[in-house]
Design a protein around this ligand. Sequence first.
Ligand SMILES: Cc1cc2nc3c(=O)[nH]c(=O)nc-3n(C[C@H](O)[C@H](O)[C@H](O)COP(=O)(O)OP(=O)(O)OC[C@H]3O[C@@H](n4cnc5c(N)ncnc54)[C@H](O)[C@@H]3O)c2cc1C
Length: 367
Amino acid sequence: MDDVVVIGGGIIGTSTAYFLAKEGRKVKVIERDPTYKNASFPLSLGGFRRQFFQKENILLGKFAREFILNISETLKTKKNPSPTASMVANGYLLMFGPEHAEEQYKALENHKACDAGTKNIKGTELTKYFPYINSDGIETATFTDNKTEGWIDPFMFHAALKSKAIELGAEFIKGEVKSLNEINAKTIVSAAGCWTKELLKDIPVVPQKHTVFRVKCPKHIPEMPLTGDLTTGVYWRPEGKEYLAGSPISVFDANDLEPAWNDFEELVWPALAKRIPAFEELKLTGGWAGYYDCNKLDNNAVVGKHPKYKNVYMASGFTGRGLMQAPGIGRALTELITTGSYQSIDISAFSVERVLNSEVRHEPYVL
Ligand SMILES: Cc1cc2nc3c(=O)[nH]c(=O)nc-3n(C[C@H](O)[C@H](O)[C@H](O)COP(=O)(O)OP(=O)(O)OC[C@H]3O[C@@H](n4cnc5c(N)ncnc54)[C@H](O)[C@@H]3O)c2cc1C
């Protein structure tokens, strides 16, 4: 009998393997596609932030930054002596119209309670801080300028975690698990991302296709934060000398990962040009689509022991924030498995029971 089997070697499975191996557990990770062609994490924007509504999401975002900041030491291995996640700590800027302002003021109380270090300004003050932005229709905006939010290279981060997990004794195996009954282990962790339902039919996590565009603009604004315009749902950030911009339109039950190219001209470009006049001159240079692991109940993660099994734990449903939550979730699951309860950040609000009982606890800030 194996000690721990993790199903899915994406960012959540690999982080969990790392934290469990650090505690001396013998971990086997089973991954059906070690190239990760369709896995969510390499197709993500790499963003990490603390600007959420729910306190647990704020605290997990804070831990992500702390963890990533230290990986040159903590994830150092013989094979990878200088691990990096290529962090760009430009911050986040989220802008809200009058229809979302009240909700954001409530969220700010949670930011304060969690010591998130965010700053809030009136829409009319935006150009003082971000002179390239047109503030029309923005009631309030929140941002950080203290290097606590930004983005990373998801693949490099995954590679660093994997290398360390392996050095600590974890084993990564190519294989597809068709049913949990196939596994003979003391502890099973399902980290199957948006495919969780294939193994756990009662979990309402489904693939939700999102498109990201790559664009070139003659005006380069390298200091720009990852910016979300909640009046349109469009978000963007610099990527080298170009920019990445996400479409707010998503599709459930998509058969393929072909980007929704029409969204660019019809929706994304007009929204970008309205908010940043320099973006009127844009050239589309590429794009891709990937799946969010969407928790259809309330956009929150589903993490913990599955009550219908003796030895099955799971983590999924991150709905656009699984990369940044991976360090906190790997640590939390390890605490739960090894001690029976959460020791650092209490994420019992994400329990499987809550989701099975359809107790909604909505996280509104999905980008
Ligand atoms: C366009 C886009 C932008 C995003 N932007 C961000 C962002 O800025 N910040 C952020 O934090 N998050 C972001 N995300 C979300 C993030 O990528 C996901 O939440 C995260 O990758 C989920 O991690 P995971 O390990 O659960 O899933 P995955 O990364 O999908 O990994 C799951 C793995 O499990 C394997 N697997 C599944 N079933 C089986 C099975 N039965 N047997 C064996 N292997 C199996 C799969 O092959 C896969 O490799 C974004 C996602 C997309 C698509």
